[in-house]
Write a protein that binds this ligand. Structure first.
Ligand code: NAD
Length: 428
């Protein structure tokens, strides 16, 4: 897989530059929006279980907060780089704007591999991250959330450390907390379900009923599993899922042409979304190379793992049958591959619209924390569906009206909103 030859921040900037030109943005606005407003890089010394001190590298980037406090996840990943965090922070700004929630964009990370860390070591990394950045984040300035390889427990350790430092309760400091500890019902499902709310609307536009479609999914983590869940509930058939195999240090695709069984696969997967290949084989799944997920003869592809997964090297391998790509992951398509998809007239549902369900529900979590009143799950999901559906409609209407590619239309809406906020504040 081609994962490292693209600098995601350059990709994010080049996407921005194109739309800035289309919108004829002023030089000042352009210069401000193509860079993060603030970024922090720091060391986190951690006492390991064996008594050694290991020093981890931490990041927090606040791309833009003109529309509200910066918002974005914290990733634990061995290959994390400042440029990945910058790109993701910028995409968060556009994501919050395209679904029209009053938040800006941020992102954070730690270079580490939780596969090789005990729970206690991970707790000390979380607390160390907060100690280093507490003065630069907060419920009214920058609100973190879980992301790749972090979860509600990590958020709660971070919240606890923040509250220890400040001496008061600030449940709105962080989102993605466990339910009962300030978390929102529906948050776990929100991103994956959001992907499918958008996909459902796209299918309507194309006149396709979900029951008559098939899909192939990259990833079997939080986003992918919930996307598979709702898509299957709507009647769709997922024929393949792919995931990373930690033991073999490679990825595999697991295929069952009659349709994968979510519960069965969940039962044989670990908490990182890795499927046990031996048990999958025993259950009758074909084991194919990692990249095979995108070569399947399906109507829909759902990349829900990592960035740069559909690229120049493999885009030609897509089946002619593929009509929709619902980008669950952030930045799964490189610019060259995107051009090929556009020319092939594939209905691409762009990442920052399609996977905005998570941040939308995080916003609902903040609202619930601020009012100290928590909604039923049905209410959360109903509001989420409504937000995602209206965001899709706005983007699709603009795309039709101005004959734009969906990604362009989403950018035009998001960037216009942020540019307007920056102008109204008198920043540029
Ligand atoms: P996760 O850690 O729960 O799952 C990641 C999955 O990807 C795992 O199944 C893993 O095995 C698989 N994977 C990793 N490398 C792979 C490879 N080379 N080939 C195939 N599969 C591979 O992560 P997640 O929370 O599901 O996030 C997935 C993507 O969605 C990321 O791009 C993330 O930034 C994005 N995203 C997540 C959320 C959220 O709420 N969790 C919100 C918005 C966007």
């Amino acid at each position: 897989m081609e994962t490292s030859s693209y600098n995601p921040f350059q990709v994010a900037q080049s996407q921005f530059d194109k739309v800035a030109a289309l919108l004829e943005l002023d030089e000042g606005v352009r210069a401000l929006l193509r860079e993060p407003m603030r970024e922090y890089q720091f060391t986190i010394p951690v006492r390991m279980d064996d008594g050694r001190v290991e020093v981890f590298k931490g990041f927090r980037v606040q791309h833009n907060d003109a529309r509200g406090p910066a918002k974005g996840g914290i990733r634990f990943h061995p290959m994390e780089t400042i440029d990945t965090v910058r790109a993701l922070a910028m995409w968060m700004t556009w994501k919050c704007a395209v679904v029209d929630i009053p938040l800006g964009g941020g992102k954070g990370g730690v270079i580490c591999d939780p596969h090789h860390l005990s729970q206690h070591e991970q707790e000390r990394i979380c607390r160390g991250w907060v100690r280093q950045i507490a003065r630069n984040v907060g419920p009214l300035s920058d609100v973190p959330a879980p992301d790749v390889m972090t979860n509600g427990q990590h958020m709660l350790w971070m919240l606890d450390e923040y509250e220890m430092i400040s001496g008061e309760h600030y449940p709105g400091f962080i989102t993605g907390k466990p339910v009962g500890m300030g978390g929102s019902l529906g948050r776990t499902e929100a991103t994956g379900f959001g992907v499918i709310y958008v996909l459902r609307e796209a299918l309507k536009v194309l006149g396709l009923s979900p029951e008559k479609t098939t899909a192939s999914v990259q990833g079997f983590g939080n986003v992918a599993q919930h996307a598979v869940q709702l898509y299957t509930q709507l009647g769709g058939t997922v024929v393949a899922v792919s995931c990373w195999d930690q033991a073999d240090k490679t990825s595999y695709t697991f295929r069952r042409k009659s349709g994968v069984n979510l519960e069965e696969l969940r039962a044989i997967s670990d908490k990182f979304g890795g499927i046990d290949k031996n048990r999958a084989r025993d259950l009758g799944y074909e084991q194919l190379p990692g990249e095979a997920w995108l070569e399947q003869d399906v109507d829909i592809l759902i990349p829900a793992a990592l960035e740069n997964q559909i690229n120049r090297g493999n885009v030609q391998k897509l089946s002619k049958r593929v009509k929709i790509i619902a980008e669950g992951a952030n930045g799964p398509t490189t610019p060259e591959a995107d051009e090929v998809l556009r020319q092939r007239n594939i209905f691409v549902l762009p990442d920052f619209l399609t996977n905005a369900g998570g941040v939308t529900c995080s916003y609902f979590e903040q609202v619930q924390c601020n009012t100290n009143y928590f909604w039923e799950k049905e209410e959360v999901l109903k509001r989420l569906d409504s937000k995602m559906t209206s965001a899709f409609s706005a983007v699709h209407d603009l795309a039709c009206r101005q004959k734009l590619y969906m990604r362009e239309a989403a950018y035009v809406i998001a960037i216009s909103r942020v540019a307007q906020a920056v102008r109204l504040r008198g920043w540029a």
